[in-house]
Structure formats: C-alpha cells, structure tokens
Design a protein. Structure first.
Length: 359
C-alpha cells in the first residue's frame, strides 16, 4: 500500500541522508516485519501490544508508558508518518510533526450519503489537527483541505519514490498480450467503471486488454466490478487482478504496459502515474488538481467524469505515443523531483526549525 511504502521510504531516507539518530516506534507484534520492510539497521522503540487496548474516549492520548520509553531514549522530535484518528497526540515537548495524506474518509462517507459518519470524522480530524503543532501534507491540494477545515497552515513535502533495485519477473498470463494498465484500489472514487466503459468504447479499434491491478481490501467492490465487466461482455478483454504481486512482478507489469491510465476522481498525491513514468511508459491521468500538480503537466489528461474524454485521450496516446526521448526526459524529471534525498532534505529543514523552537 502507498501509505506503508511512504513510511518505509521515510525511515530509509532518514537513515541514508540525515545526521539524525532515528528510532522507529513500533508495536511488539510488528517489530520483525518492520525490520525486514525497512531493510536497514535501525534502532526500534518497541511498544507493548497491550497499549492498543485503550478505551475509545482515550484514543489519541499518549499513554504514560510510551512517554517513559521516549524519555528513556532521549527523543527530541516525533514524526507521525500517517496521522489519523488512531494516532497518538504526543506532549508538546516533542514538537510532533504529523503527515496528513488526504481527507478521503470524510469525502468517501459523503459519497455514500453517510452524513453523520462524515461529520463525526471531520469534527474529530479538525480537533486532532488543532492539537498537533506541526502538519505536513503531501500535496498543495491536501494542504488546501487542511487549511479549509482546521485553520492550520501545513508545510507541503512531496512523497518520494522507491529507489528501484529489484529486477523483473515475467507474468506468463500477459507475456504476449498488449495491455493498458491501471494500478489502484477499487474504491468508487478511483473511477474504475468509467475507465472500463471508455475501454469498451475503443476496444474494437485496438488489440489491447485492460489490466486492472488492485488489492483485496474491499470484496464487495471486487464483486461489483466482476459483475459489471461480465454484464458488458468484456470478460475476455478485462483482467481484474487482486493477487499479491512481488516487486519484481510489479516492475514487469509496469514496464511492459502500452499505456498507463489513472482515472481517479480524487487523490492525495497519486504515486502510481509517477512510478509508471519511471518505467518509461506513456501515461495519461484525470485532470483533477492533485494529478495535474504532481505530474507537472508533463502527461496528457482527460475529464474523469466523461467516458468520451477518457476514451479519446487513451486512443490518442496509443496511436501517437511519446517518443523514447520524451519518455526518458519525463522519467528523469520525476526521478530528481521525487527522490528520497530531496524529501529528506525538506524534512530536515523542518526538523531543524522545530529543534530551534525547543531551544
């Protein structure tokens, strides 16, 4: 998942590019897994799992045992890499920096007409945002949301991309099949139905399949999409994949696609179009504010609410793809802008300013 990968990248980045003594705060049951995921020799402060069992009314308050562990380890600053309603709010002495990825839960509840749950989430989030001293958002779009609802003025620090070290492992099912790729979850705001309809509109003019790579985090949506594809009669041309692919398989999936499409209606950042571009694959995205921001206008875009617009831009990209030189230039631009070093340099400027406040 993108949020977990972002946290791992941050930990690796601080280890590789900063002079800080970095400790990872981790639940006991996750200690071994986190060590493997980060793949660096990093100090851990291990929290007992029993601290998870806190009453709902105390959620967010930092338990005394955690404070003791922080004091024992002489921690100066807390960085919470994914701040949500289950996160602890640490004492002011730690000048906590919290990363807000998006306000999607609030907007998703509104989409489903769950107005009470949406209001509850919003009120709790705003209360949390007001409690923490320093907020980082991963795009200007999310910064606008946080400012609008909380009055806080966050710092924008973009996500970084993983430094690719793994090779490729072929996927036999698509070895000789041209395909259009989308890598995403299948939540409604990811706009998968319109992408499928747009593919149906051009499928008789192209030899490609549509490959939808998702995760098994919403079985109802997977079933709904399966039925939708079956009803349209394109089961033989649309691949719905929720399998656990290795990094090597994902590299293969990206690099052998004829086109990558990101049709989302909302994103906090939108990492997958950047990853596809790094594999030097043509990319088209929806013209939502976030994706236009993070892609720097270097790729073509479409109206995500118009099936006709999606179909037209996809077909044009397949028939008139960018040159190899253009794809190389786009990849180089993103590799520099979203490098782990650039991200850590930005965080270090913030950490240093926070440390100066303490002094």
């Amino acid at each position: 998942m993108g949020i977990a990968n972002m946290a791992y990248n941050l930990a690796k980045g601080f280890h590789d590019y900063s002079k800080c003594q970095v400790s990872v705060l981790v639940w006991a049951e996750m200690s071994g897994f986190i060590a493997g995921a980060i793949d660096r020799e990093m100090h851990q402060i291990v929290l007992p799992d029993r601290l998870k069992d806190v009453p709902r009314y105390r959620r967010g308050l930092c338990p005394s045992r955690v404070k003791e562990l922080l004091a024992e380890n002489k921690v100066d600053v807390i960085l919470t890499t994914y701040f949500n309603l289950s996160s602890y709010v640490y004492p002011k002495a730690y000048h906590q920096i919290c990363v807000v990825h998006d306000m999607q839960p609030f907007k998703n509840e509104l989409d489903e007409s769950h107005y009470y749950r949406a209001l509850k989430w919003l009120l709790q989030s705003v209360a949390y945002y007001r409690l923490v001293p320093h907020i980082v958002t991963i795009s200007q779009y999310v910064r606008g949301d946080v400012r609008r609802y909380s009055g806080k003025d966050p710092v924008v620090i973009y996500n970084s991309i993983s430094e690719r070290t793994a090779g490729e492992q072929r996927i036999k099912e698509i070895e000789n099949i041209p395909y259009i790729l989308d890598v995403n979850t299948f939540w409604k705001y990811k706009n998968t139905e319109r992408l499928i309809l747009a593919f149906c509109a051009i499928k008789d003019r192209i030899p490609h399949h549509l490959y939808l790579k998702g995760v098994n985090d919403n079985e109802d949506r997977y079933e709904d999409l399966s039925v939708f594809i079956d009803r349209l009669g394109v089961k033989d041309r649309v691949i719905l994949d929720i399998s656990n692919r290795s990094e090597e398989e994902m590299n293969y999936l990206y690099s052998h696609a004829s086109l990558f499409v990101s049709p989302s209606l909302r994103e906090g950042f939108g990492l997958t179009p950047i990853e596809a571009s790094l594999h030097k694959v043509p990319v088209v995205v929806s013209n939502i504010e976030t994706l236009l921001e993070v892609t720097d206008g270097l790729v073509d875009s479409f109206d995500p609410k118009s099936v006709e617009s999606i179909a037209k831009v996809m077909l044009n990209a397949l028939q008139h793809p960018p040159s190899s030189a253009e794809l190389e230039g786009i990849a180089a631009h993103y590799k520099e802008k979203y490098s782990c070093k650039c991200q850590i340099d930005a965080y270090m400027r913030l950490v240093e300013s926070v440390a100066n406040m303490k002094n």
